[in-house]
Design a protein around this ligand. Structure first.
Ligand code: 5GP
Ligand code: ZN
Length: 117
């Protein structure tokens, strides 16, 4: 698959790799939005969260467990952090390969901006 995250997972594009197992990689986001901004990515190409189906529970759970492990390693676990999965246009997804954002290292503010009244 000629997709940027597939290519990072195959090590064809360099990244600051933080985790690598048979199913999941994690690496630093190239344009960090917080002091800690890590992407946790399944090696299998799934375009969006919509592609998750029956049988993918272990993979979906693995993404969360890897994020939690990295949060502890980066010592942001007790102060806290945010996990985000953007999906498609309304979610603001830019890279069409499923990924979990791990954000922290500083207060992150409101989860989403308030709707105008
Ligand atoms: P999305 O908006 O799809 O949820 O997030 C995509 C994220 O991927 C963005 O935060 C963006 O900075 C990051 N990104 C895009 N291309 C690359 C890349 O080539 N390398 C790395 N490390 N991150 C990337
Ligand atoms: Zn891909």
């Amino acid at each position: 698959m000629d997709c940027v995250f597939c290519r990072i997972a195959r090590k064809e594009i360099p990244s600051t790799l933080l985790h690598d197992d048979p199913d999941v990689v994690a690496f630093e986001d190239i344009h960090p939005r917080a002091k800690v901004h890590v992407l946790v990515v399944p090696k299998r190409h799934l375009a969006t969260a919509n592609e998750l189906g029956a049988g993918d529970e272990p993979l979906a759970g693995r993404l969360l467990v890897v994020a939690s492990e990295i949060a502890k390693r980066r010592r942001i676990d007790s102060d806290g952090y945010r996990l985000i999965v953007n999906c498609n246009r309304h979610g603001g997804q830019e890279v069409l390969h499923l990924h979990l954002h791990l954000l922290g290292g500083e207060p992150l503010g409101a989860m989403i901006s308030k709707r105008p009244v």
